[in-house]
Design a protein. Structure first.
Length: 89
């Protein structure tokens, strides 16, 4: 996962991906807006999220606030593939 926020950018492992958000193995302050880009077999997926909780030394929980319209079907496919589900967003 590529992310950028407040002039910083990096890549971080993703855990617990769901239709509502995800957990990244990096920390930023609560309320911080993060721009995200997934580069996966479904194609590029661009989204924005806000930091909802932080686990020091572990990472942060993000809630999706927007997903580019053209990327929404790819996000659905990614979540379904990662969870083994066939539900839609």
């Amino acid at each position: 996962m590529y992310w950028c926020s407040e002039g910083l950018e990096d890549t971080s492992p993703v855990r617990d991906l769901s239709v509502g958000g995800l957990f990244l193995e990096v920390t930023r302050a609560l309320g911080t807006t993060i721009k995200l880009e997934f580069l996966v077999q479904e194609g590029a997926i661009r989204a924005e999220a806000v930091v909802r909780y932080v686990r020091p030394g572990s990472g942060m929980g993000l809630k999706f606030t927007s997903v580019h319209r053209e990327d929404a079907p790819r996000l659905t496919a990614l979540v379904n593939r990662s969870t083994g589900s066939t539900n839609n967003l």
